[in-house]
Unconditional design. Structure first.
Lengths: 169, 168
């Protein structure tokens, strides 16, 4: 059995919210298209000509994409962190071959592995997806050591019915 | 103690998705701007047919319809990917806890896990965060009395925000 005691911080939630937003393939394509469209325009604006009409619309686009969206994401993450009571207390995760058990001061939850939709790993956390939208994530900083991370990875990898995207298994 | 056996259907989940969408402040602001502009355009055409249709007249309903369609597609895909939604779930509400049990999961939640409870025409929505919730279809209640008992239990929690329908 693997036992992990985690404290989820605002920084974790902010990082997760940004990661979740900017790794969506549709949004990545839109960002790249806007970048391709705005870089030549910026070059033209700054170094050659000046057209007030293009100027206004392009600046609105740039401010929205690169300032308002990040601010909105930060505020959203802060709201989620503040409103989620379980983040304010330590959460204990227990994994064994059959079940995942999550215990906090407000709830105790256990479920079979096959109820998971997907498990993904990033540099900072493991994400357990219950469906395409709902996830529970464990910061890697909560693991005792690299061996425990590897042990968890092996356990997840042994669950063939669950989609997974892990680092070297 | 109140016991309910419930299975969420796609229609219930879709209802929740649209409910969530229409309660967002940005949707309210958008509709607040959109409806007067559309009314103004309709008025202009009714007064002077040759005035033509403004571009905004096409864009605003277009954005709104695309949003509605994308919510439907997303709801369908989320519902399909959620194995827990496809099982019969037994809920037991007591003074201190809510117990949830199905074939694949078991939970014990204190009432203070929830930030708000909202009742709609079809659902009781127990929000655990601003983005996630426990959904109980009203069709699962065997009697009106049971539903009223649950309302009374929710109302008895002073710390819990709620927006419930008035008793029948």
């Amino acid at each position: 059995m693997i036992i992990i005691k985690a404290n989820v911080t605002l920084k974790d939630v902010v990082r997760y919210t940004f990661y979740d937003f900017y790794t969506n393939i549709g949004r990545v394509i839109i960002q790249v298209l806007i970048l391709i469209a705005t870089v030549p325009w910026l070059y033209q604006e700054l170094f050659t000509s000046y057209d007030p009409r293009i100027n206004m619309f392009s600046w609105i686009g740039i401010i929205y994409m690169y300032m308002l969206i990040p601010i909105k994401l930060y505020l959203k993450a802060r709201k989620i962190y503040k409103s989620t009571k379980e983040f304010h207390y330590p959460i204990q995760y227990e994994f064994d071959d059959k079940l995942i058990k999550i215990t906090s001061s407000t709830h105790e939850h256990s479920h079979k592995w096959d109820i998971l939709y997907k498990v993904t790993e990033t540099k900072w956390w493991f994400s357990f997806y219950f469906n395409q939208l709902t996830t529970s994530f464990i910061p890697k900083a909560a693991f005792l050591n690299e061996e425990q991370i590897q042990e968890s990875r092996s356990l997840i990898a042994s669950k063939k019915g669950v989609k997974q995207s892990l680092f070297n298994k | 103690m109140i016991q309910i056996n419930a299975q969420l259907t796609f229609r219930d989940y879709l209802h929740y998705s649209y409910h969530h969408f229409f309660r967002r402040p940005i949707t309210k602001i958008y509709l607040g701007l959109f409806i007067p502009i559309v009314c103004w355009e309709v008025y202009k055409i009714s007064v002077d047919y040759d005035s033509g249709i403004g571009l905004i007249w096409l864009t605003l309903p277009g954005i709104f319809l695309i949003s509605l369609a994308s919510i439907y597609v997303q709801a369908k895909s989320v519902f399909k990917s959620s194995k827990a939604h496809h099982e019969l779930i037994a809920y037991t509400f007591t003074e201190n806890f809510i117990f949830i049990k199905s074939e694949s999961l078991q939970s014990e939640l204190k009432w203070d896990t929830f930030i708000k409870v909202v009742e709609t025409n079809k659902l009781f929505i127990f929000n655990t965060t601003t983005r996630s919730a426990l959904l109980i279809p009203k069709a699962s209640f065997e009697t009106i009395n049971k539903m009223e008992e649950l309302r009374a239990l929710i109302r008895s929690k002073p710390e819990l925000k709620h927006k419930l329908k008035t008793s029948a």
